[in-house]
Design a protein around this ligand. Sequence first.
Ligand SMILES: [Zn+2]
Length: 489
Amino acid sequence: MRDVFEAGRYDAAGRLGELEVPRADVTVDTPALLPVVNPHIGTVDPADLEARFDAEVLITNSYVLYGSDDLRGPVLERGVHDLLGFSGAIMTDSGSFQLAEYGEIDVTTAEILAFQREIGSDIATPVDVPTPPGVDRERAERELDTTEERLDTAAAFDPGEMLVTAPVQGSTYPDLREAAAERAGASGLDVFPVGAVVPLMNGYRYADLVEVVAAAKRGLPESAPVHLFGAGHPMMFALAAALGCDLFDSAAYASYARDDRYMTVRTTEHLEDLERFPCSCPVCVEHIPEGLRAADADERERLLAEHNLHVSFGEIRTVRQAIRRGNLLELVEARARSHPAMLDGYRALLDHAGQLERTDRVSKDTFFYLSGDSPRRPEVLRHHERLDRVEPDGERVLLTEGSASDEFDESWRVRPPFGPYPRALSDVYPLTAELPDRLDDAAYEAAAEGVARLVAANPEVAFTLNHEDWPASALAAVPEAVECRNLDG
Ligand SMILES: [Zn+2]
């Protein structure tokens, strides 16, 4: 792995980063969106992607160019940047997708890598085997072996300045994904796509997607730039970014437009159902749905694709700003409320709170408690882990939601969902959290878990808990040795 990626500020496992692409002499700010450009179908002109959408990088398919009677000659002669009219970084795919769709392709990894180098690709891809979700384990392992051989071939290839990807496969077996990621990370290759996840996204299987990506992340070095192959809908960018994905490619902006589908970050609308456009991008300001429906097919497709791109790039900017400010998980939570399958994805993400906690930064914007899922966030986990290691000063200690008391050696505050903490930490993140007045039971239960951890770490201390009418489910989680008093009772 060449030293081309620098991760800056973190939020959960999401990060702002810079990917240096030496052959293009471009530095790509991440998380970044790579629009997929089909060299045969110019839905949106690549020059427009650069000029009007500020696209720093795009992805196109070298196998399509390789196999094209009319484009192969020109791209070899002029190079892929000149052919497409794009001066930013160009990543090229290898035909793996065609392999997955049609079962075979007529090019080897060595041939297609040489072709990608020859046409001036900046980030090239070997021919990996995209094993779909849910296949039997034997097939997943066998195909993974083939992918590993292709990565060996790629690692032995002289790419010059061109970066080369090492796709991570392994179907829906987290242990295979993790092992594949470890080997990819050790291959000497540069960028790490998590492959064959499109069927999961098309099937709204966001929880399964989270398991696959989390496993790949566990196997990769922290400094590895990670590409989520085929991340189409902007609804899931925040979720994927929170897992630590840095690059997203989207063919959906164009394929949706072809079917008259109009993206929003929350939904997909059909053009025929729209009375007015719920968006303020240039397309939606200048047109009304009726006008678009009356336009000719090519014009309609182009304008819808442009709108879809505006929404997609806008969501990437929203994700970056959320990481900068430190409220990415609040954004993920908001997006999770767009669709039940997204909620499953968010809940699966929180199953990996320990993994997210390792890179989460210590202080961020105010923690917003937004639902009964918020107590499972990494910030709460981290506070609970700290409680395993702190010692109160004294033998009789009060933990209270109310005021301090001289009857005790020391008085600590208690606050859902975190639990107890010394008063001196009251102004320290995340204990400055904003909570709704109407809390879920889960918030009190998490606070009770914090109490239990403090008690377990200090068996010689006599604790009293003054609470404001906690629900029975939370009080049941408080150890019996703790004397509980209801301040509201
Ligand atoms: Zn729009």
